[in-house]
Design a protein around this ligand. Structure first.
Ligand code: PRP
Ligand code: URA
Length: 210
């Protein structure tokens, strides 16, 4: 199976991404932009939700119309930076459950280190969207999705804001069944594993650390 990869180049997303990349954008605005971009991306990532017909009464008559047909979603942010995307996506899907996977990259080896995992107990009934603004070497996303798959969700999608070609390759090779949604594919990784031109350290910029 080959991954579906969606690069979301909608003008609103691209405009907000430009502001996000700017080194002069402070934490408050950065957090707001991450949330807004995640919301816009979620709109597209939920395009395949199933609908069913219902009949309702308008003030004028009967309408045969549609509602989402009971498909259950779970959003799973990769800590820390993925948390910045949660508010935006839950604005659109308030009934979704939220799981958490805690991973950090060892700065020397760039290998992900797991420190936390708490997933919804009915995850086998849910379609999962994993959230992380950055796909760099891909190590964090690959490991997070492997952990999540052990709990047997109905399906898994991955949503990031900026991807590097290296991370995209690693993720598609490790999880060819997972559709990937991102707002931009950047040029390369530098010697410290940062995406170039990227936006710097997403977690530090969201939480104002460093
Ligand atoms: C960042 C980012 C991703 C990871 C991407 O997290 O949020 O999770 O790096 O890099 P990779 O694709 O090479 O694994 P980081 O490890 O800096 O942790 P933090 O979010 O807690 O700051
Ligand atoms: N993690 C980040 O936050 N930024 C990068 O550029 C790479 C990994």
């Amino acid at each position: 199976m080959e991954n579906q990869v969606f690069i979301m180049d909608h003008p609103l997303i691209q405009h907000k991404l430009t502001l996000l990349r700017d080194k002069n954008t402070g934490s408050k605005e950065f957090r707001e932009l991450v949330g807004e971009i995640a919301m816009l991306m979620c709109y597209e990532a939920t395009r395949d939700l199933n609908l069913k017909e219902v009949e309702i009464e308008t003030p004028v008559g009967i309408a045969k119309t549609k509602v989402i047909s009971g498909r259950k979603l779970a959003f799973i942010p990769i800590l820390r930076a993925g948390i910045g995307m949660v508010e935006g996506v839950t604005e659109l899907v308030p009934a979704a459950k939220i799981g958490h996977i805690g991973l950090y990259r060892d700065p020397e080896t760039l290998q992900p280190v797991e420190y936390y995992s708490k997933l919804p107990n009915d995850i086998t009934e849910r379609d999962v969207i994993v959230l992380d603004p950055m796909l760099a070497t891909g190590g964090s996303a690959v490991d997070a999705i492997s952990i999540i798959k052990k709990s047997k969700p109905k399906s898994v999608k991955f949503m990031c804001i900026i991807a590097a070609p290296e991370g995209m390759k690693a993720l598609t090779e490790a999880h060819p069944d997972v559709p990937i949604y991102c707002a931009a594919m950047d040029d390369h990784l530098n010697e410290h594993g940062y995406i170039v031109p990227g936006l710097g350290d997403a977690g530090d910029r969201i939480f104002g650390t460093k």
